[in-house]
Design a protein around this ligand. Sequence first.
Ligand code: NDP
Length: 500
Amino acid sequence: MPRLENDLTTLGDAARAYLDRTHGLHIGGNVHDTARSYELKDPTSGLVFARAADASAADVDAAVKAARSALAGPWGSMRPNERELAMLRLADLLERHETEIAEIETLCSGRLLANTRGVDVGYSAHFLRYMAGWSTKLAGQTARLSIPYIPDGEMAGFTFREPIGVVGAIVPWNVALGIAVWKIAPALAAGCTIVLKPAAQTPLSALRFAELALKAGIPEGVINIVTGSGAETGIALVRHPDINMVTFTGSTAVGRQIAVDAAGSFKRCSLELGGKSPVILFQDAPLERAIPAAAWAIFSNHGQNCCAGSRLYVHRSIYEQVIEGVAEIARSITIGSPLDKATQMGPVVTQAQQKRIHELIEAGKAEGARVVVGGEPIEGPGSYVPPTVLTDVRADMTPVREEIFGPVLVAASFATDGEALSLANASEYGLGASIWTNDLDRVHHMTRRLEAGSIWVNVHNALDVALPFGGWKNSGMGADLSETAVLAHTKVKAAVHHYL
Ligand code: NDP
């Protein structure tokens, strides 16, 4: 059995030095001490490895004030190309600190080092560079006008895209820095300033990122980080009267509460919420690719992906073969410390999450689902959950309806394309869906009718910076990534010029 607990002596010097520091808030470019702090626990052992600052409503207010004055000050007067260059420098710096940041992220979240390197650092640098380019490309429109009640003379109309203002961003732990950068980069490109609250479990990577932003030449007060709980820090941010937009990624329940809280002061909201994304294998699916892809659609990042392929629907002619193939992969997965290169699956983020996942598995068993592999808790101080496959499920079963956010796949067979479509759409969520087939007619038919914001054909969870990523139904409103996200951080001003 590989080692389950992290060996902290394997951490690099930079990560160790950072962890040893006292972690305050990052406000106006300075470390801001708070009256209270809380413990950060290693998910592989439950041991405390650092403390983080717990921001009160007054601390949040100080951060919003810093963001407001940076907007009125140096950042607001910087030219678009200066913003672009600063973002490009930040991308370079992030890559230079790859090991340090990836190790910090892995320690807080339990995610594999390869994943935190590739996604939180690599993808974030790539995304920052893509968004940097938008700084110089935002433009309005011009129009010749014909207003019936102003009959004389000639008029021209213009629109301007202005930054929406101070953005309040709240993010989860499952791709902590990656999602923080999804929020920060389009806001910077549009010329906004930001106050970001990371998830309580994963506050450190965002704090370190904000320090690197200063080094890259992004002025003090543009990026502010307030760490703490959703119940106090998060609510204070959403309700703050001087925030112009709330951008949130997290659960549907919290997203619903945020929409209500933000409505009081008409803040714009972008909400990226939960998912229960189907993977549909038709009878002509390329199985040599589709079976491993179906397994890793759910097991990668230990099932903690918003668009994890958590429901598998397979044509009945290939059902047994596919389930056996996925189960074989599940049995072969190496579980262990996420700092260890040989590990393929680490712990889930907390013991509370581990407990919830097992409750959902037990609910499925009680409702008649069959456990093909996994399903039993892994004893020990770490919050490990084995890769689990539940088959012969019905749409009304608890683990089929609810987002589990762990390495648990539910699977069922179908006989016709129509049945596959209704099984896939029978969910309150609509984040992503993948279909596996070589039949072009079927591809078009299904792509049009599946109720989800992203449809993938012969691939799953393929998120490109150039395409919007947002949910339908209870998976949210608005979208991250692409030009869509930049425009969401602007407000439009229309101007009329009546020639003399
Ligand atoms: P939560 O919704 O519990 O928390 C997300 C963030 O919101 C955390 O920072 C949390 O603080 C904060 N928060 C909690 N309550 C409030 C509140 N009332 N007001 C303001 N902020 C609050 O989600 P999880 O952290 O458990 O993350 C998992 C969820 O995120 C899953 O549902 C997943 O599908 C979703 N997700 C969606 C994605 C998408 O793009 N659609 C991408 C990734 C994840 P605290 O740390 O104290 O809990």
